[in-house]
Design a protein around this ligand. Structure first.
Ligand code: C5P
Length: 208
């Protein structure tokens, strides 16, 4: 196929990021983790002391995104929690829209992962994947990730956090997390990362 746009959506710690990165490598396509954009807005607010309860403050923080995309603090749970809040603001979503659409419109194609790629950013994508896993399995993965990077956390707290994030992402009115029309479901609960990627490649190739 000449232009291959792949949309990968799913909840936190479902494996969508690893899969999207792997698909980019496999098909030789540039990859954008769109969660990073929302995390960068959150980090900007946090650094500058802006109020996450204010849509206007969050909108202003969108101007600072470009300088923060490689910041190690983007990965923190604090930043993720604020990202999940400010991503509910329509003004923030539209401020980040063009950047994502432009990325998806590159001549050879692209892989994007997030929550609304198949529904809003690239509804015409050739391949759409909805990657999921049980909340318990996602909590175990996030827990392993956090403890291996030296952060002292409890598995129960991580599960509570995952459920709260799911609830917010799925029930907001602006671009809620849903399986897009035409999206292929990939449940990674019982798969290793390598198995999940192999299955994702197979699903994408089934659209050729
Ligand atoms: O995927 P990640 O955990 O990095 O995303 C952080 C937050 O950004 C998510 O909880 C979600 O609310 C938001 N997000 C979004 N739309 C996207 C990507 C992320 O609303 N396309």
């Amino acid at each position: 196929p000449s232009t291959l746009v792949i949309a990968v959506d799913g909840p936190a710690a479902s494996g969508k990021g690893t899969i999207a990165r792997g698909l980019g490598q496999h098909f030789g396509l540039p990859h954008l983790d769109t969660g990073k954009l929302y995390r960068a807005v959150a980090l900007s607010l946090l650094r500058w002391g802006g109020d996450p309860e204010s849509e206007f403050a969050a909108l202003r923080a969108c101007d600072e995104v470009s300088g923060l995309l490689d910041d190690p603090e983007l990965k923190s749970e604090t930043v993720g929690g604020i990202a999940s809040r400010i991503s509910a603001y329509p003004a923030v979503r539209s401020a980040l829209l063009e950047r994502q659409r432009d990325f998806a419109a590159q001549p050879g194609g692209a892989v994007l992962d997030g929550r609304d790629i198949g529904t809003v950013i690239a509804p015409g994508a050739r391949a759409k994947l909805f990657v999921t896993a049980s909340p318990e399995e996602r909590a175990r993965r996030r827990f392993a990730e956090l403890t291996s990077s030296g952060l002292p956390v409890h598995l129960d707290d991580v599960l509570i956090d995952i459920r709260a994030r799911d609830e917010r992402d799925s029930h907001r009115s602006a671009a809620p997390l849903v399986q897009a029309e035409g999206a292929m479901l990939l449940d990674t609960s019982a798969m290793t990362a390598a198995e999940a990627l192999a299955e994702a490649i197979r699903l994408v190739e089934s659209t050729f």
